[in-house]
Design a protein around this ligand. Structure first.
Ligand SMILES: Cc1cc2nc3c(=O)[nH]c(=O)nc-3n(C[C@H](O)[C@H](O)[C@H](O)COP(=O)(O)OP(=O)(O)OC[C@H]3O[C@@H](n4cnc5c(N)ncnc54)[C@H](O)[C@@H]3O)c2cc1C
Length: 510
């Protein structure tokens, strides 16, 4: 994805802040440029627009490092971590899709942008694929599709391989192969002291497990080797409903998600969209099936609910993942997990409606809520592949559901009328003045829906890191044993906590 240029005013203000930054960054950047060359290190501050959110693209680092090899990454990390110059904090950018500001970018610091490390190479026996950590999922699906293969990754092709795999990774194929991180055979990673190591089930096995959910707390991954599996075309049904059908849609969703024989070819998401300016809710189910079968029986309940539209197609994985360019927007993510229950979903909807109905900040906001099954069949794969640290077991029960809350602040010229359909493609007025009120409303609304799930006895502790908001603590949600384990592994490979102190972005262990 390429985002349009962020506003000149924002960039100039940020650049002015950079010019006042301490000279320690000038020294770090000069050392990096001397060691790696001007074609790898850009020392003229500028706003990188290649991020999903305005909160990220409006940050201006003192310099940007764009390594072309793992050795470049190793050199950069060595300079940044062993340099006696104080400060020199840095950020690591994969596909740039985490919305929270400072996750993969850093105001006045050093950003290592992995985007040129994006090679994909299939093994001779065609059972695995080595993927540069700066690739996005489009790169992987396009490449593997030519061999009638796929790997487990983001459903949206603009998402980065780098970040998705470190946080877990929900893919269309997850019921068949597990979390995307469960399919990583090998990591090539630069550790805090600059050494480049290969990590697998037999080499650094403790780090191997920690990387499966531990985020960016252990090093800079330069390459992932992923299991590749046969995959042809798949089908997708997109069904839109009037909000009056919401109870029936939740019932049909729950029948699928709660089934003790969850069909492993199912990839389902039910989305609610709310536009306060129009006081309009819309309800859509994206019902994908990872076989080329139109209208599979498993979706008959969802299709039986009276709909506004129902389209279906057989498509290649790469074509389905191809992401439409998104205009610059402010985004807020948050997530919670709860046991499968149509009644809880309805309670959550009522709480959302109560909280958001009249909230319409200057410039407008759109809210989006995605329900996804987290079936126990998906959780059953990790044990066979070295385990992960997410703290979820198949015995926890089938049909746990993730609720993703996205708030996207959309600025519309005054007087423009809205329908939910045009909303995401409308011309925008990128002005961040409503951020604070949206954040506040987001936190209040989140607390309200969490309370609903708790009251109904359905709340689960797990908060999925890749969907979590800045106010959440996903690593702690893995449970005390897993958190202690992650801290122990971090102390072993990064005793001074470089990836916490010097890399402030992302969810931290300390
Ligand atoms: C439109 C959209 C669709 C999405 N779809 C899915 C989906 O289908 N399934 C799913 O599970 N999630 C999905 N997500 C969530 C996504 O997994 C997370 O946002 C993820 O962190 C994005 O990874 P990235 O590399 O693009 O992000 P970045 O923002 O670049 O990185 C995310 C974090 O990972 C760290 N990081 C990245 N690369 C490296 C590296 N090589 N070494 C060390 N640290 C690194 C960064 O420092 C940062 O903290 C989606 C998000 C969006 C915005």
């Amino acid at each position: 994805m390429r985002l349009a240029q962020s506003s000149t005013a924002t960039a100039l203000a940020a650049a002015a802040a950079v010019s006042a930054a301490s000279s320690s960054y000038d020294t770090c950047c000069a050392r990096l440029a001397a060691a790696l060359g001007d074609d790898i290190v850009t020392t003229t501050p500028f706003a990188e627009t290649d991020y999903f959110s305005i909160q990220e693209s409006s940050l201006v680092p003192a310099c940007i490092v764009r390594p072309r090899s793992a050795q470049h990454v190793s050199k950069a990390v060595t300079i940044l971590t062993t340099s006696r110059v104080p400060g020199c904090q840095f950020a690591v950018k994969g596909g740039g899709h985490t919305p929270a500001g400072g996750s993969a970018n850093i105001q006045g610091g050093v950003t290592i942008d992995m985007k040129f490390l994006n090679a994909t190479v299939l093994s001779e026996d065609k059972t695995s694929v080595a993927v540069g950590a700066g690739a996005v999922w489009n790169d992987v699906y396009g490449y593997l599709g030519d061999f009638n293969l796929a790997a487990a990754g983001g459903r949206n092709g603009g998402v980065g391989v780098g970040g998705l795999l470190l946080g877990g990774g929900i893919s269309h194929f997850s019921p068949r192969v597990g979390w995307a991180c469960d399919t990583v055979v090998e990591y090539e990673i630069v550790l805090a002291n600059g050494t480049l190591v290969t990590v697998s089930g037999t080499s650094y096995p403790d780090l191997y497990r920690a990387l499966k959910g531990g985020g960016n707390n252990f090093g800079v991954v330069t390459r992932y080797t992923l299991t590749a599996f046969p995959q042809g075309n798949m089908s997708v049904n997109t069904i839109s409903y009037d909000v009056s059908q919401i109870g029936a849609v939740f019932d049909a969703f729950t029948d699928i998600a709660a089934s003790p024989n969850f069909d492993p070819y199912v990839s389902l998401q039910t989305d609610l969209l709310y536009v306060p300016a129009a006081k309009a809710w819309s309800v859509t189910s994206s019902a994908s099936y990872t076989k080329p079968v139109l209208h599979p029986e498993v979706f008959s309940g969802l299709e039986a609910v009276p709909s506004i539209s129902n389209t279906s197609e057989i498509t290649a994985v790469a074509a389905l993942a191809a992401e439409n360019p998104t205009p610059p927007l402010n985004w807020l993510f948050a997530t919670l997990t709860f046991g499968t229950s149509s009644e809880t979903m309805l309670g959550i909807f009522n709480a959302l409606n109560g909280s958001l109905y009249d909230f319409n900040p200057a410039g407008g906001v759109t809210w989006s809520f995605a329900f996804e099954p987290l079936p126990s069949v998906m959780l059953s794969h990790s044990a066979a592949t070295g385990g992960n640290v997410l703290g979820l077991e198949p015995e926890d029960g089938n049909g746990v559901i993730l609720l993703v809350v996205h708030a996207l602040t959309i600025y519309l010229p005054m007087g423009l009328t809205l329908t939910p359909t045009v909303l995401l493609v409308s011309a925008l007025w990128p002005n961040s003045s409503s951020n604070d009120s949206v954040y506040r409303k987001g936190r209040d609304t989140f607390a309200a829906i969490k309370a609903v799930a708790e009251r109904k006895g359905m709340l689960r502790k797990f908060e999925y890191l890749n969907y979590a908001g800045p106010h959440q603590a996903p690593l702690a949600s893995y449970g005390t044993d897993n958190l202690d384990y992650l801290r122990k592994v971090s102390k072993k490979y990064d005793p001074t906590g470089v990836f916490q102190r010097k890399v402030p972005g992302g969810f931290k262990l300390w």
